[in-house]
Design a protein around this ligand. Structure first.
Ligand SMILES: [Zn+2]
Ligand SMILES: [Zn+2]
Length: 132
């Protein structure tokens, strides 16, 4: 049986369903992710776009991140939770913030923007050069 990950924004207006194994699960220490999450790092799972279904009306915001790559974030216009984001350079890959998903899985195996990691954050995963 395939894995199915389901989640919602805080107010429940947006729902997400991801089917099958993620391409990558990672954390990111970049400043954009810190601001977006209000936390020391973000925790995200990458899926192929065809593995992801999003229901409900969302708003989006497009901006260039610290690496210069343009990211499009899809969020709930009511409660503000980001339900998905993608890089314009990789439109077939969708990142889902794992905190929106139910269940206890999706352990991160990669980290991004290690140079911006808060000194007190200690996550066992392999650093990578790009992405977040
Ligand atoms: Zn919401
Ligand atoms: Zn980031």
């Amino acid at each position: 049986m395939e894995d199915v990950w389901t989640g919602r924004c805080n107010c429940g207006a947006l729902a997400v369903t991801c089917t099958g194994a993620p391409i990558r699960v990672s954390v990111c220490h970049c400043t954009d992710c810190k601001t977006r999450t209000g936390s020391a790092f973000s925790w995200n799972a990458r899926f192929a776009a065809r593995q992801v279904g999003i229901e409900g009306a969302s708003a989006s915001w497009r901006s260039a991140g610290p690496s210069g790559a343009v990211t499009v974030r899809q969020f709930c216009p009511t409660c503000g939770v980001t339900i998905a984001y993608r890089s314009e350079a990789e439109p077939e890959i969708v990142a889902i913030p794992c905190g929106t998903l139910e269940g206890d899985g999706l352990e991160p195996h990669r980290t991004a923007w290690e140079q911006r990691r808060n000194a007190w954050v200690d996550i066992t995963a392999t650093p990578m050069e790009f992405g977040h």
